[in-house]
Write a protein that binds this ligand. Structure first.
Ligand code: VGL
Ligand code: ZN
Length: 181
């Protein structure tokens, strides 16, 4: 079985948010088209308390139960089967969806007989990359849909470097066309 895993497609990582991927909103229609092609559609949310060490590194973002933490309004979120909440503690944690605290992602994937995980979402250099690393570490066949991922681009080369790391770790880089044909 195949799962689409949408990482952190939340307002605060989109152009209107406090930690924006400049083109974060442009992947939303691509992801909406992809959703119907999977056995399960899963998503993660960065879901921080008001006070966390994480906000020493980053401007406060994705605070639990705020608009910034909601999915981008155009995302067809009614098609999402389960939302994994991460970064819920007060450490600098939760970059990977596998650190979700409301439900264990490995157990969820195994109990739903999912062996292939297709990752997309925000942001390439941090949570997408960390999630992909953990997907591989846990033995799942891992695809990254590169035109359904965007980055915050602190440096121009960061996003291509992140994709390179994911590929070197064993992820298969594809584009949405490979799925939608
Ligand atoms: C993220 C920085 C801080 C992410 C989350 O979703 O990639 N990046 N918190
Ligand atoms: Zn965060």
């Amino acid at each position: 079985m195949k799962a689409l895993l949408i990482v952190d497609l939340q307002n605060d990582f989109c152009p209107s948010g406090v930690l924006p991927a400049p083109k974060g909103d442009q992947i939303v229609p691509v992801i909406n088209r992809l959703m119907d092609h999977f056995d399960k559609v899963l998503a993660s949310k960065d879901w921080h308390p008001i006070q966390t060490v994480h906000f020493k590194k980053w401007p406060p973002h994705c605070i639990q139960n705020t608009v910034g933490a909601e999915f981008h309004p155009d995302l067809d979120s009614f098609k999402i089967d389960f939302v994994f909440l991460k970064g819920t503690g007060n450490k600098d944690d939760g970059y990977s969806a596998f650190e979700a605290t409301n439900q264990n992602l490995v157990e969820y994937l195994q109990s739903n007989a999912i062996d292939e995980v297709y990752v997309c979402g925000l942001v390439a250099e941090y949570c997408v990359k960390q999630t992909v690393m953990d997907t591989l570490k846990n033995g799942f066949k891992t695809y990254v849909i590169t035109d359904a991922v965007e980055g915050i681009y602190q440096n121009e080369e960061d996003v291509p470097a992140a994709f390179k790391k994911m590929k070197e770790a064993g992820a298969i880089l594809i584009t949405s066309k490979d799925i939608l044909i």
